[in-house]
Design a binder for this molecule. Structure first.
Ligand code: SF4
Ligand code: SF4
Length: 498
């Protein structure tokens, strides 16, 4: 279970499972030190940011929107479609590489400081739990109404989060319609909302830390993403060991007496507690008070070394720092460090992956900018019409032409309405009939129109093939050409001399 470790890993049981296989419910005791204050400030900004993103607009679109039903994705005022495969591929690979780089430098900073799962769980749901049931390790609050009130608050929070989450997909305007209409008028969207609220309840009320331990792949990848110089939360065994209860000086006529320094510490035994208590002189700084364990939201003992379950939330740092202050020792027995620094006292910042990742990332981002900047403001596609005769003879003013039904699809990628016109660029005597002079497409809209391509029989090749070029011009100055392979009749009798 645990991966690499600065100290020897001893635990062989998952931190959230009892020896009999049942779930061990983690109720961490909060440690309100300096890192807690920083995290709370960061989390408050992030919660506000996560909530407001769907409302912030750029070029008439939310700064982030994943409109799956219309297959449109908006990001900082630009709109992407599933057909933008190169842009999307570059974007996704850049994100992954960015994660690799951040992890190599700062460990699981994302998990502990910015992941919505941690932010909402530790800064919203757990404080609500403590509000109604009391702080673990202190006198618990009891009362029949507390539990229902807690779950009612959870339900309201989950419903709020579900609305925020769905706004990223449907947009706030659509969400407003969902909220203001009766569920009977739009039962599907009501069921979607109820389902997402239930998922939030399941995640934050029941599944909790299991999301990080079982469902999220990132923790499992850390052993390859981290190296010995990555920043991690670690316990200093050279300073802390051998651990043991702090002892009072023996009074005359009495033996040594163990002193529990921290009031309310559960009298449990650490998995790593030494069997023989060390003497006062040989004792390290760790007094084995288990405050770092009882505060851990994933239930692990950081003294066992770097573990997959550690989300680098820094709670154990705050817990141990307050213990060190109380016993008059320097802070930092548990601290941000690296495996290399813990072993040799030195952390190397520049190493191959820290140089290679940014280089590749720069190339990818440059390619992304170039592809993005050279992107056409419209996308024109010619599609074969289905369910009709592929071609037919059209006679106008005694001139014969072969008509072919097609569909013209135009995606306007700009934030203004654009009128498009179409011409056959390289077919003498040919034409394109749309029924209207122009095709008007709304901002970021997609329109499809039926059209008939008219090509004189003489233009077809001996086997009835002809590649034509359709020129599209837009009222915004857009100009592009697309080619299309016509399959006409091979039996056409060409005029003599043709
Ligand atoms: S909080 Fe510090 S002193 Fe207490 S058990 Fe953990 S490492 Fe040891
Ligand atoms: S070991 Fe420390 S940093 Fe890691 S999850 Fe537990 S409390 Fe957070």
């Amino acid at each position: 279970m645990p991966t690499t470790g600065v100290a020897t890993t001893k635990s062989s049981v998952l931190s959230t499972i009892n020896p009999d296989g049942s779930r061990k419910w983690i109720k961490p005791r909060p440690s309100k030190g300096q890192f807690w204050r920083y995290r709370r400030a960061v989390a408050s900004i992030l919660i506000a940011f996560f909530t407001l993103i769907p409302y912030i607009k750029m070029n008439g679109r939310p700064i982030v929107q994943l409109d799956i039903s219309h297959r449109v994705f908006a990001l900082f005022g630009s709109v992407f479609y599933p057909t933008d495969t190169v842009i999307l591929a570059l974007f996704v690979v850049s994100i992954f590489l960015g994660i690799f780089l951040v992890t190599a430098l700062a460990g699981r900073a994302w998990c502990g400081w910015a992941c919505p799962q941690t932010v909402y769980m530790e800064l919203l749901y757990r404080p609500v739990e403590r509000l109604f049931e009391g702080v673990p390790g202190k006198k618990s609050k009891k009362g029949g109404w507390r539990r229902p009130a807690k779950y009612l608050t959870y339900l309201m929070l989950s419903a709020f989060l579900a609305h925020t989450f769905i706004a990223y997909f449907v947009g706030v305007e659509e969400l407003r319609i969902w909220v203001t209409r009766s569920p009977f008028q739009h039962p599907t969207s009501f069921l979607v909302m109820a389902g997402v609220t239930t998922m939030m309840m399941f995640d934050f009320c029941y599944f909790r830390e299991q999301t990080c331990l079982v469902a999220c792949p990132y923790g499992r990848m850390q052993s390859v993403l981290l190296d010995r110089n990555s920043l991690i939360v670690s316990y200093d065994p050279t300073r802390g060991e051998p651990r043991g209860k702090k002892r009072r000086k023996a009074k005359k006529g009495t033996g040594d007496v163990s002193l529990r320094v921290i009031e309310g510490t559960p009298p449990t035994t650490s998995p790593c507690t030494a069997t023989e208590p060390p003497t006062e002189d040989a004792q390290g700084d760790c007094i084995d008070c288990l405050m770092c364990v009882t505060t851990c939201p994933t239930g692990i003992d950081i003294r066992n070394g770097l573990q997959m379950e550690c989300i680098h939330c820094t709670q154990c740092i705050d817990a141990c720092d307050s213990v060190m202050e109380k016993i008059g020792k320097p802070r930092g027995l548990i601290r941000y460090s690296s495996q290399a620094a813990m072993e040799h006292g030195k952390r190397t910042l520049l190493r191959p992956r820290v140089i290679i990742y940014p280089l590749i990332l720069s190339v990818l981002l440059a390619a992304l900018v170039v592809v993005f900047a050279t992107k056409d403001p419209a996308e024109v596609t010619i599609l074969r019409a289905r369910g009709t005769l592929p071609y037919f003879r059209v006679t106008e003013n005694e001139i014969d032409r072969i008509g072919t039904r097609v569909k013209v699809r135009v995606r306007n990628r700009t934030d203004k309405p654009v009128a498009y016109t179409f011409t056959l660029a390289d077919v003498p005597g040919g034409g394109i009939s749309l029924g209207t002079d122009t095709l008007l497409v709304e901002p970021f809209g997609l329109e499809t129109a039926e059209a008939i391509l008219l090509v004189p029989p003489i233009e077809y090749g001996p086997r009835g093939h002809r590649t034509i070029t359709i020129q599209t011009t837009g009222s915004d100055g857009f100009d592009s050409e697309v080619t299309y392979d016509l399959v006409g009749p091979a039996w056409i009798e060409k005029p003599s001399g043709g």
